[in-house]
Design a protein around this ligand. Structure first.
Ligand code: A3P
Length: 318
């Protein structure tokens, strides 16, 4: 109801006022919410998601830190799951784009009502989220909902994020230099950072409950895309048949969702993505190692040390 909507508005406004803040790498304000640095727009969204989302056992949740390959994973998962409904030549991805067919739980719904409407969606429902694992609603953790997490070498993720932030920066937001942004990043101050805590939350969940959480790396997906599409399909419960494999369907899906194809979707060229951001901003270069064109060896060393210090004991490496 309107009253509830108002209430959540007031609650989120009040909550935000009491949270620690920092300036993010795009010059925007970040709020420390439940241990993570979140843009203001997502806090109300996260609250709504936590309170009103009712997970179904067939749901699929695609989770990530921004700039880790979310857009790509959305395209792949959507195509794998819906391949019996649409031929690849007529994929809704062309016109609606990955963010159109797989909405973000904390950006794309702004009221309890909208969450209730989601009950009517065809199954399996697929959603994206940047929420840390610990912030996911209980129903997601306790139901048979599948979670796929994609991550990326933090150096490349950082450069991708810095470039993106600069690109979508509003006029009243100050440009943050590469050096300052990098410093913030190393302190964990970036959207949904610290990256090590975000990564570890999903990493641990994937080890404890491998049937529930699939942990993927961007670099691995680039290197052996077909293998990972198969893995994704098996995990989601939509395995490829021998015939499909023989027909080369996996290769075709790989091609449909490649950077080069996606760049040319109508939805990418002229559509809008989440929060009204031009869809084209979600595809920049799509390369592994681009960060080395921007970062000095000492910057690289600093992140490598961080990775060792924060992640090594867990067995996660890049
Ligand atoms: P770069 O900025 O390094 O090019 P997200 O989708 O999580 O926001 O991540 C965006 C990053 O993924 C960008 O990285 C973007 O170019 C890359 N990307 C988007 N679509 C891709 C695809 N189909 N294949 C590979 N990389 C892709």
């Amino acid at each position: 109801t309107e009253k509830e909507a108002e209430q959540i508005d007031v609650e989120s406004q009040e909550l935000v006022q009491n949270l620690p803040t920092e300036i993010g790498m795009g010059g925007n304000i970040l709020y420390q919410y439940q241990g993570f640095w979140c843009p203001k727009v997502s806090i109300k969204g996260m609250m709504l998601f936590q309170h009103h989302f009712k997970a179904q056992k067939t749901d699929i949740i695609l989770a990530s830190i921004p700039k880790s390959g979310t857009t790509w994973l959305k395209a792949l998962a959507y195509t794998v799951v819906n391949r019996s409904h649409y031929s690849l030549e007529e994929s809704p991805l062309f016109t609606n784009g990955p963010h159109g067919v797989v909405p973000f739980l904390e950006f794309d719904f702004s009221s309890k009502n909208q969450f209730q409407e989601l009950d009517k969606l065809a199954k399996p429902r697929i959603f994206g989220t940047h929420s840390p694992y610990l912030a996911l609603p209980r129903s997601v953790k306790e139901s048979a909902t599948k979670i796929v997490y994609v991550c990326r070498n933090p150096l490349d993720m950082f450069i991708s994020y810095w470039k993106f932030s600069g690109n979508i920066r509003k006029e009243n937001e100050k440009h943050v230099s590469l050096e300052d942004a990098f410093d913030k990043f190393c302190q964990g101050v970036h959207g949904y950072g610290p990256f090590w805590d975000h990564l570890l939350g999903y990493w641990k969940a994937s080890i404890e409950t491998p049937d529930k959480v699939l942990f993927l790396k961007y670099e691995d997906m680039k290197k052996n895309n077909v293998f990972h599409i198969k893995k994704l399909a098996d995990f989601l419960g939509f395995p490829f048949s021998v015939d499909e494999e023989k027909q080369g369907l996996i290769e075709e899906i790989s091609k449909l969702c490649s950077f080069e194809s996606m760049e040319n979707y109508e939805a990418t060229k002229s559509g809008t993505g989440p929060l009204g951001i031009p869809a084209s901003a979600f595809l920049r270069k799509g390369k592994v190692g681009d960060s080395l064109n921007y970062l000095t060896p000492s910057m690289v060393g600093r992140v490598e040390n961080l990775i060792q210090e924060k992640l090594q004991v867990s067995g996660l490496s890049f």
